[in-house]
Unconditional design. Structure first.
Length: 819
């Protein structure tokens, strides 16, 4: 078997060699390095035993017997160099890819920060709106309390006056009873009626006592709920304090590790500066590798510093949690004060009940009651209470709308909280990954120390001034690059820390919004209980729109006018009968004929009073129904257009009646931010106030007469419009203020069908429920829609189009909706 390369020849032991010869060889090698000529680059043969001895050009005629380096050996060296270069290029490409990914992540984080900022602004706006509503509700409640107290005082005065009148009537009736037995029978009947009324009052008293017990139970339940929530918050605070302690311990450990790393870094730099120059046989690629390793070590140290700062930010989060705990404690104190106020209100209610019982006992003790006038007054008071109940129900519905908005915001907050939890989990995973990287970096650091020690030992043996200068220059350049990288990393860290702080603030605000939503729900429950109390006191049933037949009456204005006419006629008849009564009382002592006339007149009077009482009840009932409908319509307008509408009738100095409309936005921050209009004989004029007189608002407040149109101005003229024009059209929705037999309809022709229309519809019996969405009308069809309990259904009447327009029976209010 033939070998391509002969085996290595053993070195001859030359113990007595001349040291001068060795010095000559070293000098020749140094000269070769200085001139830049090496055995490989010079393409000359080199003796195998003595690699430093070069074959001179003049001595080429005497070939040496020693073994020389073959071509295959040189090719192996080249291949190794090429492989090393390829690996270095691959590493550079990998680092570039990593840098691109980091830049993409940074851009994503910036986009997320902008989205969170927008959400924060939206939440702040909603918060301001809820605050304004709360203040308005509180003011209204205070006003109502004052009005109730004034009415109660007036009722007490009326009762005193009625007592005086009753005493006078009793005196007059005592003289009349001696002359007529029929009057005694009427008195007995009245006494029976009073007994019935006393029984009814006792029943009402029992019902009120039951409701009081229910209210006390509810208050106890609410107190227990508040205590449970406080205990939960205290447990959360304790857990957060424990977590803060753990994080502080971790932070101290990481600080120690960081100090050790910095100390070791300084030691390595000092060693590098103090180390001797490299040897001649060392290649420049080794220096580059060492520099890259040092760069990686520096990056790892920077990551450790980043982790330490992150732990510091977590410590700040713990402080924020402690501040939240203090806020919860203050809220607990407020809740306790509100509970004390509730007890005071209950005491006032008990006093009122006692006064009511005393009034009923007085009415029962009054003997010889001749008429039902006092009972009619009480019925009138009950009807006024009915009106108040309608107002309270409207307020309750408004609160329900606000509660729905609060629930939507709560759902959004919960979604964002889940996202924050997922981010926290990902952060914990990153911490674990960085800990593993830290261990790997520490191992690599130990290995680099060993290599550095080996290199330093080699440098002490042999070195060169030129190579050391080159190394120093390369090291200085690398240090500059490292500093630049450090600055960029520091900027990125600052950006990330700012984003974390913003996220924490967002979470705090979301938690505050959730608490406010809960408080609104509690207020809604309290108002519902108050409404139930008022309904039970009135004793007129549950007062629901489904059970009362009055809500479905047609031609309400005509009926109202007829009722007024009948009331006036009855009042005129009452006056006449009173005059006759006076004449009859003057002729008391004449004969039995006078007693017969008196009995007939009393019967007629009773009938007429009953008719008047029924008509007055009907009138008050109509008023209550109209108030409820108006409140529902205002609520629908508020939810559609975002403006609360308040209408008040005023009288000018010249005697002309004027209607004042005030429009206030849901998102208004103060009560002064409102628009006021005066409606007088078919024309509306805006009233200049402090809000509209501002320069920016004055530019925005403008009216386009083209938008305020009638049915003949709707875009349903049957013409064909191109697509560019149909996109610019203004669509109009007409609201019927009366209550027709069918729902209003939005008729759309082909020119309007190119785009979906956002609209809302009301029906006669479903004024509370409205449908809002995008509707796509199919081609070559005219479809009519109305609102139903289950959604959108077709309507079979009241068709509005270009050929069939009928608005004579309804009052049409045009509202423009721009596509």
């Amino acid at each position: 078997m033939l070998l391509r390369t002969p085996p290595q020849r053993k070195r001859r032991a030359v113990p007595d060699a001349d040291p001068d010869a060795n010095l000559d060889l070293d000098l020749a090698a140094a000269v070769a390095v200085a001139t830049g000529r090496t055995p490989v680059s010079d393409r000359r043969l080199v003796p195998y035993d003595r690699p430093t001895a070069l074959v001179s050009a003049s001595g080429a005629e005497e070939p040496s017997d020693d073994m020389v380096c073959t071509y295959h050996c040189r090719q192996m060296v080249k291949s190794e160099f090429v492989v090393a270069l390829d690996t270095a290029e691959k590493a550079v490409q990998e680092y570039r890819v990593k840098l691109d990914t980091l830049e993409k992540q940074l851009s994503k984080s910036e986009d997320e920060r902008t989205t969170y900022h927008d959400k924060l602004n939206y939440v702040e706006q909603e918060l301001a709106a809820t605050k304004g509503r709360e203040t308005a509700l509180q003011e209204r409640l205070l006003k109502e309390l004052g009005e109730y107290q004034e009415r109660y005082r007036q009722q007490v005065r009326k009762i005193g006056e009625l007592e005086v009148k009753l005493n006078k009537e009793i005196d007059s009736r005592i003289s009349a009873e001696s002359s007529s037995a029929s009057a005694q029978e009427s008195v007995k009947e009245l006494e029976r009626a009073m007994q019935r009324s006393s029984e009814n009052s006792e029943r009402e008293k029992k019902a009120l006592q039951k409701e009081l017990s229910y209210m006390q139970d509810d208050s106890k339940l609410s107190i227990s709920k508040l205590n449970a929530e406080l205990e939960r918050m205290s447990l959360r605070a304790q857990n957060s304090e424990k977590e803060a302690k753990m994080l502080n311990e971790q932070l101290e450990d990481l600080k120690k590790q960081l100090n050790e790393c910095l100390r070791e870094k300084n030691e390595t730099e000092l060693r590098l500066l103090d180390s001797a120059p490299l040897s001649v046989q060392r290649n420049p690629t080794d220096d580059q590798k060492l520099i890259k390793l040092l760069q990686e070590e520096l990056r790892n140290y920077e990551k450790e510093v980043h982790e330490a700062r992150r732990l510091k930010s977590s410590h700040t989060n713990v402080e924020l949690l402690s501040e939240k705990l203090l806020e919860e404690q203050s809220r607990r104190k407020r809740a306790e004060t509100e509970l004390s106020k509730l007890q005071e209100i209950e005491a006032k209610a008990h006093k009122l009940e006692l006064e009511l019982a005393s009034c009923t006992s007085l009415l029962g003790n009054i003997p010889d009651v001749s008429s039902y006038s006092n009972i009619a007054d009480l019925q009138r008071q009950a009807l006024t209470d009915l009106n108040k109940l309608g107002e309270v129900t409207s307020r309750l519905k408004e609160l329900e709308v606000t509660l729905e908005f609060a629930e939507i915001s709560k759902q959004r907050a919960e979604g964002e909280a889940t996202l924050a939890k997922e981010r926290a989990e990902s952060a914990s995973r990153e911490v674990k990954r960085l800990e593993l990287l830290l261990t790997a970096v520490s191992e690599e650091r130990d290995r680099l120390r060993k290599d550095h020690n080996m290199l330093s030992n080699q440098k002490t043996r042999d070195g060169d001034d030129m190579s050391s200068k080159k190394m120093e220059s390369d090291l200085s350049q690398m240090e500059k690059v490292v500093r630049e990288l450090e600055t960029t990393l520091h900027e990125q860290r600052e950006l990330i820390s700012q984003q974390h702080a913003e996220l924490n603030l967002m979470n705090e605000k979301l938690s505050i919004e959730a608490r406010k939503a809960k408080s609104l729900e509690r207020e809604g429950d309290q108002l519902r209980s108050q409404v139930a109390l008022l309904e039970s006191k009135l004793g007129h049933g549950d007062y629901s729109a489904s059970s009362t037949k009055v809500l479905r009456m047609v031609n309400t204005l005509a009926m109202d006018s007829e009722a007024k006419q009948t009331i006036e006629a009855l009042q005129a008849e009452l006056k006449k009968t009173k005059e006759r009564l006076q004449a009859i009382e003057e002729l008391k002592g004449q004969a039995d004929a006078g007693t017969v006339v008196d009995a007939n007149v009393a019967e007629k009077l009773a009938q007429l009073k009953n008719q008047v009482a029924t008509l007055e009840k009907r009138e008050e009932r109509y008023k209550a129904v109209f108030l409820e409908r108006i409140s529902v319509f205002r609520k629908a307008c508020c939810s559609l257009f975002g403006y609360q509408i308040v209408m008040n009738d005023e009288q000018q100095p010249n005697g002309i009646h004027v209607t004042r409309f005030t429009l206030q936005s849901v998102y208004a921050q103060t009560d002064d931010e409102k628009l006021e209009f005066l409606y007088e004989s078919g024309s509306t004029n805006i009233v200049v106030n402090g809000y509209t007189s501002q320069h920016e608002i004055a530019q925005q407040v403008c009216f386009d007469l083209k938008n305020v149109c009638r049915y003949d101005a709707l875009p349903v003229d049957g013409k064909e419009y191109p697509l560019a024009e149909t996109q610019k059209l203004t669509y109009h929705l007409c609201i019927l203020s009366a209550y027709p037999s069918n729902c209003n309809v939005l008729a759309v022709n082909r020119s309007v069908r190119t785009n979906p229309i956002r609209s809302s519809f009301w029906g006669r019996d479903y004024l509370q429920s409205y449908v809002e969405g995008f509707i796509q009308i199919p081609a070559d069809e005219e479809v009519e829609w109305k609102a139903g309990a289950g959604g959108m259904v077709l309507s079979d009447g009241c068709h509005f189009s270009s050929n069939n327009v009928n608005t004579s029976a309804y009052n049409v209010i045009p509202v423009s909706l721009v596509n």
